[in-house]
Design a protein around this ligand. Structure first.
Ligand code: AMP
Length: 304
């Protein structure tokens, strides 16, 4: 275990754990002291979106029951296909630890891949329901990798609640379904997408964008907002979806994996005939050069 004390005005002790046994011992001690445990799993290269999840978890303590928040940083090899960006995924552990400390995170779990998945590891959690379609059609390995790592992390950390971003909306709904179906004893809390001032959703992968691509990237969110306005005005969804796809390509996006209107709970594709925005979500995955961006918006709400 490593103790880190930052030089901020309110220094916070962040305890770092590389193995599950020492993490469990600390969590047991916190529980004996009366704390609830909140958990924020990440792949690191932390930005304000991740840090807001930690801040949000910290608000879950009450006067009578304090909260200890544990984040994890683990670039999970099981959710990357061999052709994907596992090797070049940004890694900046020292900076991440300072950032976690600065927002009052109490513990950080840094699993080592060879110990987390030892020789012979051959178990997988596979979900149906909201994990079908969308990402699953383009990254078929992805959700099994996510549900397997998150289930194992939940067993190791044993949190009372875990916070996930709506940025990865299909992932959030899939994990809610997994926890419900398997009676895992914790609450999954969703947190709204944190964006740059031009609307681009914060993502560790934004670091891959060239300056030219970075200028195009916010147009994804802007076009999604414009589409929502047109749909709220009663325009026909299929025609408008096609129009938005063309507009995205004309802005310079390389290709689109999907742009779909789905039920916000089941994530089944909307098929009409009645358009009920209060229960619908617009989800998108697009390519900008070699970078894949995903985003989603609630179709019922006006932009902030
Ligand atoms: P990642 O490190 O990309 O696996 O993300 C870890 C957690 O942070 C997941 O719950 C993500 O949904 C969440 N997250 C990533 N980007 C954002 C964002 N821009 N706003 C809110 N949450 C986010």
């Amino acid at each position: 275990m490593v103790n880190l004390v930052t030089e901020t005005l309110n220094p916070v002790e962040l305890k770092a754990f590389k193995d599950a046994a020492s993490l469990r011992a600390q969590i047991k001690a916190w529980r004996l002291d009366g704390y609830v445990i909140g958990f924020v799993p990440t792949m690191g290269a932390l930005h304000q979106g991740h840090l807001d999840l930690v801040r949000h978890a910290k608000t879950k303590g009450t006067k009578t029951k304090g909260v200890k928040v544990v984040a994890s940083i683990f670039v999970n090899p099981k959710q990357f296909a061999p052709t994907e960006d596992l090797d070049r995924y940004p890694r900046q552990e020292a900076k991440d630890l300072m950032a976690l400390s600065s927002v009052g995170c109490d513990g950080v779990y840094l699993p080592q891949a060879d110990r987390f998945y030892p020789e012979g590891f051959d178990t997988k959690i596979s979900t149906g329901g909201p994990s079908q379609g969308l990402e699953q059609d383009f990254r078929p390995h992805f959700f099994d990798g996510v549900t397997t790592v998150v289930a194992k992390l939940f067993l190791q950390v044993a949190p009372d609640f875990a916070v996930f971003g709506e940025k990865d909306y299909q992932q959030l709904m899939t994990l809610k379904a997994m926890v419900r179906d398997l009676d895992m004893p914790l609450e999954i809390i969703g947190y709204p997408t944190v964006r740059e001032s031009d609307g681009l959703a914060l993502s560790s992968r934004n670091a891959y964008l060239s300056p030219e691509e970075r200028a195009i990237a916010p147009k994804l969110y802007q076009e999604m907002q414009a589409l929502r306005e047109k749909l709220l005005n009663g325009n026909p969804p299929q025609t408008e979806l096609e129009g938005t796809k063309k507009a995205l390509l004309s802005h310079g996006f390389t290709s689109l994996d999907y742009l779909e209107i789905c039920d916000s709970q089941s994530l089944k594709p909307w098929q009409g005939p009645h358009y009920r925005p209060e229960s619908l979500r617009l989800l998108a995955a697009v390519w900008l050069g070699k970078t894949r961006l995903i985003d989603n918006i609630d179709l019922s709400q006006a932009p902030l």
